[in-house]
Design a protein around this ligand. Structure first.
Ligand SMILES: *Cc1c(COP(=O)(O)O)cnc(C)c1O
Length: 231
């Protein structure tokens, strides 16, 4: 961003840009203070994404209770218990073990948590996510049939960090294809299974054209991130 633009005006800009598309905005507030999150909230933003459990649990009590918190980063099973009491959606489900732990902790908290299956769609090796084969195994498991406290709501992916538009479209198209196949095979009549989370500050317009329903945008709203370790 545009440091001369307020968070409020950027949020209003996104509201206009997204109206009439099938996509909603998840404002990715990681590394940014609660004051900036509140500015976005005051402009009407309700979906926020964080990628670290510790940061999320520190911010959540400081902010209005009707925020829909999305965990978008890699989640270790031993940390699920800290967010289960309030998190709305966990976008980064990438193993059966993690799904089982979310079910267990959501049951304990007396809640239902939405989950997205995170797929590996990027060329980079380092990004987390399921392969198609791993996802099929997970979806065919007894665990998924028995879920009572997790509602699987769709898929999520992180595209390659590249300006190559054709490659980005290919990767987004792959994720959309996974969504469609899973929808047809496992959730044909389930209205909750409807989300394709893809697109970030640099590529969200392409992602929307390729069918994104949730864009995850951080720096285009809040500015560049200054990581504490780098200060
Ligand atoms: C940080 C992050 C984003 C937002 O990235 P920007 O480029 O700042 O918009 C989106 N998705 C995930 C998984 C992230 O970790």
């Amino acid at each position: 961003m545009k440091s001369e633009q307020s968070v409020e005006s950027v949020i209003r800009h996104f509201q206009q840009e997204l109206s009439g598309t099938g996509a909603r905005l998840v404002a990715v507030s990681k590394t940014h203070p609660v004051e900036l999150i509140r500015q976005a909230y005051d402009a009407g933003q309700r979906l926020f994404g964080e990628n670290r459990v510790q940061e999320l649990t520190a911010k959540q009590p400081e902010l209005p209770a009707d925020i829909e918190w999305h965990l978008i980063g890699h989640l270790q099973t031993n940390k699920v218990k800290y967010i289960a009491p309030f998190v709305h959606t966990i976008q980064s489900i990438d193993s059966l073990k993690l799904l089982q732990e979310i079910e267990r902790q959501a049951a304990k908290a007396g809640r239902v948590i939405q989950g997205l299956l995170q797929f590996h769609i990027a060329a980079e090796e380092t990004k987390f996510g399921l392969s198609w084969a791993e996802a099929e195994e997970l979806l065919q498991s007894e665990t998924v049939r028995a879920l009572q406290h997790v509602r699987l709501a769709g898929v999520m992916g992180i595209a390659t960090n590249t300006e190559d538009e054709a490659q980005l479209r290919r990767e987004f198209g792959t994720l959309r294809g996974y969504f469609q196949q899973i929808k047809a095979a496992y959730f044909p009549t389930d209205d909750v299974f409807r989300e394709i989370s893809m697109g970030m500050s640099g590529d969200y317009r392409l992602a929307i054209e390729e069918g994104s329903t949730l864009i995850r945008v951080g720096s285009a709203i809040f500015g560049n991130r200054t990581y504490p370790a780098a200060q």
